[in-house]
Design a binder for this molecule. Structure first.
Ligand code: GDP
Ligand code: MN
Length: 393
């Protein structure tokens, strides 16, 4: 689950990391009021940032500065409603604008292969790290945290020096260790600060000082660990969740959308993966991974069918059920119910074996469903149906 910058910053603040102040505004008027508060408190300018769950907002025009409350209103009005990489901006972050001296990159990701948290730092901050990785891989420094000891001080110091943060080493070490704590405290997959920036701050008496702060924050939480953090569920942004993902989650289905044309409905994660492999071996491309789970009733099956059919690319469906706890006749009833409700007709191939397979076969035959007895045959038929539909279209 990705969370918004403002929420990610709240988690960083809770771990003691330095983050400039901010407010979230849902309208241009709210943004102007927030800007007014920061300007009155002494900020020379405010920064207004689109809150959408995609990167590269700056390049897309979703990050702008303003010097007055009125200007902030106009800037917020131009950013709200903007489309950034397919996401509509519904809220903005408003904060005192930082006077940036230099931008750095710092992140922690879960390195599954190494089974450790991997820290990545670079003096080439602000730009997309993928670009740095492709063009100048040497400019990225990495270090693994120990699973039991965490990131040791000397490792954090080495990383800080290698990033060119020798002049702000104490802050760099605190921030680096802080993002590792954040990873562990919330079971995050990713904590990314880009840019981590040296900024100049002017005190009330006019003296200036440099400080290292987290100007942007991106956090991805491990979905499988969310039950351990029920309070983080509140950070889910329903505006940004894909409608199919939300429907599947609410229906208790495991659904992952893919790019192909053959919708797959399967029970059990292992069988679902095997089904996808066989579709590919038969020359097709699966449109999704969908596990209806064990013991699914007819309404759940109908629900799964609606989610699959909502994808306009789907032009054939393969249903593969191994009845154990799940009863074949119950699935067949769900399929018949779903077909009665569906508003577009898509060829479907059904293979049901195991518990109550005979009853299922009778029901499906009466309803004139195309069936298959083995999985290779089912995959071949689904791929043929998809090809025929693709040629016809
Ligand atoms: P992203 O493009 O979605 O990653 O959004 P960022 O928050 O990283 O902002 C993009 C860029 O805008 C940063 O790399 C900075 O150069 C600039 N920026 C962001 N916040 C400020 C700020 O407070 N002051 C100034 N001067 N520039 C900022
Ligand atoms: Mn950024």
């Amino acid at each position: 689950m990705k969370i918004q910058e403002a929420d990610a910053k709240s988690l960083l603040v809770a771990e003691g990391l330095p983050v400039p102040d901010w407010e979230v505004a849902y309208s241009d008027v709210e943004a102007a009021a927030a800007a007014d508060r920061f300007l009155t408190a002494g900020a020379e300018q405010v920064v207004i940032k689109a809150q959408v769950l995609v990167g590269g907002r700056g390049k897309a025009g979703g990050v702008k500065l303003a010097a007055t409350a009125e200007e902030a209103r106009a800037v917020a009005a131009s950013i709200l409603g903007m489309d950034i990489k397919g996401m509509t901006v519904r809220k903005v972050l408003v904060g005192p604008a930082a006077a940036i001296v230099r931008e750095y990159y710092l992140s922690a990701v879960l390195d599954r292969a190494a089974r450790r948290i991997l820290l990545m730092g670079s003096a080439e901050g602000g730009v997309e790290i993928e670009q740095v990785a492709a063009e100048r891989p040497d400019a990225i420094v990495t270090v693994h945290a120990d699973p039991t000891l965490g990131l040791l001080d000397f490792q954090a110091r080495q990383l800080g020096f290698a990033m060119g943060l020798g002049g702000h080493l104490k802050a760099a070490v605190a921030i680096t260790r802080g993002i590792v704590r954040t990873m562990r405290a919330y079971d995050a997959d990713l904590v990314e600060i880009n840019p981590l920036a040296i900024v100049t701050e002017t005190a009330a008496d006019g003296t200036t000082a440099e400080r290292l702060v987290c100007l942007d924050a991106k956090i991805t939480l491990d979905d499988s660990a969310l039950p351990r953090h029920p309070e983080l569920e509140a950070l889910r942004d329903p505006d940004e969740e894909d409608p199919a993902d939300r429907e599947a989650r609410e229906a208790g289905l495991t659904f992952i959308k893919l790019d192909g044309t053959i919708g797959c409905m399967v029970n059990g994660a292992g069988l679902a993966m095997t089904t996808m492999d066989l579709v590919k071996r038969a020359g097709g491309e699966p449109a999704n991974f969908l596990d209806i789970g064990g013991g699914a009733r007819a309404d759940k099956v109908a629900h799964a069918m609606r989610i699959i059919l909502a994808d306009p690319k789907v032009n054939a469906i393969l249903v593969n059920i191994f009845g154990g706890i799940t009863r074949g006749d119950e699935v067949a009833r769900g399929l018949i119910e779903a077909r009665g409700q569906q508003d577009r007709s898509v060829p479907m191939v059904v293979r049901i074996v195991g518990t109550n397979a005979d009853e299922a076969a009778t029901l499906l035959a009466e309803a004139h469903f195309e069936t298959a007895t083995n999985l290779d045959e089912a995959a071949a038929k689904a791929v043929a149906a998809s090809r025929a539909a693709g040629t016809a279209a």
